[in-house]
Design a protein. Structure first.
Length: 400
């Protein structure tokens, strides 16, 4: 007997599940609440579409932290090289950037998505856009559509509904209470790869909001790394901050968090102290910073913002402050602004095929599962791999 198979969610995880299932000859319908599929995928492509990361797989797996044990088998079956092969099979040649990140040569998401959708259409996948899941009606799934609410039943379902970041693109976590009512444990969503609020002075904000802070090192409980970030009107954001965001978020939840900056990572504190002291005794603080420490603009502004005036004549203390400048953080930015999330459907309620133990025949994939990873290709790679794993889970259920 033919089975009715549906996927709710037209992002990378849902589309990959549909590709696997339809590729085995089964008809699949994808339901998407937005007017078009792949909206977050396209948004990611605006900055170059970082598909995956080319580092050795052991290092690659380590980026998934506490979820590594459950995700490693999924990622092993569709690793970083497999992602490149898949993209190139869709006509999107890839290259490895200087940081190890993998991009399509076109540096855009739209050509890859168009080719992917053409493949899915050729495999018989039916797309139902503007069909927003609105919960259950008994065993049926209710969708809000332009023509009004409709109910659908299916034999097998893949849920790929995303997390709670970027809700305007479709991922708003509205599904959480509906699954919880079915007995599915869902861990609270928290922002990941996010910025943080800082209580800047009005003068600092007016002068430096939007300024990049380049060639610095940052330290948190996550360790020390170099890069750059941006001053916003509310705080700090950007790649270097995102690299530490999980540790900083967790520390804030425990009470307090500090982002410690080394503004001159290429010089020791001792060398910096000598360079500061070498300046003329009558030199202004701005000139001493510029000529002695090589700091002006936003970096000098940060020193002024977070050091007391009476410290500035103590060159030893000033050198230490420049090397370990503490930026006190107030809170993470709202989850709607975050690149990704932590939290989601708990792994204890998901079997090895990504099927929900409380809802036999229902599989989950993508960001709605409880995992987080840094930027750098890991997020998209895991969404694709988990969608693929859910698709193969469906095939196993059909054969079983």
């Amino acid at each position: 007997m033919d089975k009715t198979i549906a996927v709710i969610g037209g992002g990378p995880a849902g589309l990959m599940a549909a590709e696997v299932i339809s590729g085995a000859g089964y008809p699949v319908t994808v339901y998407e609440g937005m007017p078009t599929v792949g909206r977050k995928f396209l948004m990611a492509g605006k900055s170059g579409l970082n598909l995956t990361h080319a580092e050795p797989v052991g290092d690659f797996f380590s980026r998934f932290g506490a979820a590594r044990e459950r995700l490693e088998p999924v990622l092993s079956d569709f690793d970083n090289q497999a992602v490149r092969d898949w993209a190139e099979g869709l006509g999107a040649e890839t290259f490895v950037g200087s940081s190890g990140r993998v991009f399509p040569v076109a540096m855009k998401a739209s050509p890859l998505l168009r080719s992917w959708l053409k493949r899915l259409e050729g495999q018989g996948v039916t797309m139902r856009t503007r069909h927003r899941w609105a919960g259950f009606d008994g065993d049926a799934f209710v969708f809000e559509t332009p023509e009004g609410p409709i109910s659908k039943t299916c034999d097998i379902l893949v849920l790929a509904l995303g997390g709670a970041s970027w809700p305007k693109l479709g991922s708003d976590a509205a599904w959480v209470p509906w699954l919880e009512e079915k007995g599915v444990a869902v861990k609270r969503f928290r922002p990941a790869n996010c910025g943080f609020d800082v209580d800047w002075s009005e003068h600092f904000v007016e002068r430096f909001a939007g300024a990049p802070v380049k060639a610095v090192a940052a330290t948190s409980d996550a360790g020390t790394s170099q890069g750059e970030f941006v001053i916003s009107r509310t705080g700090v954001e950007g790649s270097l901050v995102y690299a530490h965001s999980a540790a900083l978020r967790d520390a804030l939840e425990q009470g307090a968090a500090q982002l410690v900056l080394d503004l001159v990572p290429d010089r020791t504190a001792e060398r910096l102290e000598r360079d500061l002291a070498r300046q003329p005794s009558k030199a202004s603080f701005a000139n001493r910073m510029r000529k002695g420490a090589g700091l002006d603009g936003v970096k000098a502004g940060l020193v002024r913002e977070f050091t007391p005036e009476n410290l500035r004549g103590d060159y030893s203390a000033l050198a230490r402050a420049i090397k370990t400048l503490v930026v006190p953080l107030v809170r993470p930015r709202p989850i709607a602004e975050a690149i990704s999330v932590a939290g989601g459907v708990g792994w204890s309620g998901v079997d090895q095929h990504l099927m929900l133990e409380h809802m036999p025949g229902v599989f989950v994939a993508g960001e709605m599962l409880d995992w987080e990873a840094p930027t750098g290709g890991y997020l998209l790679s895991a969404c694709l791999a988990s969608g693929r794993a859910a698709g193969y889970g469906v095939l196993a259920a059909l054969k079983g």
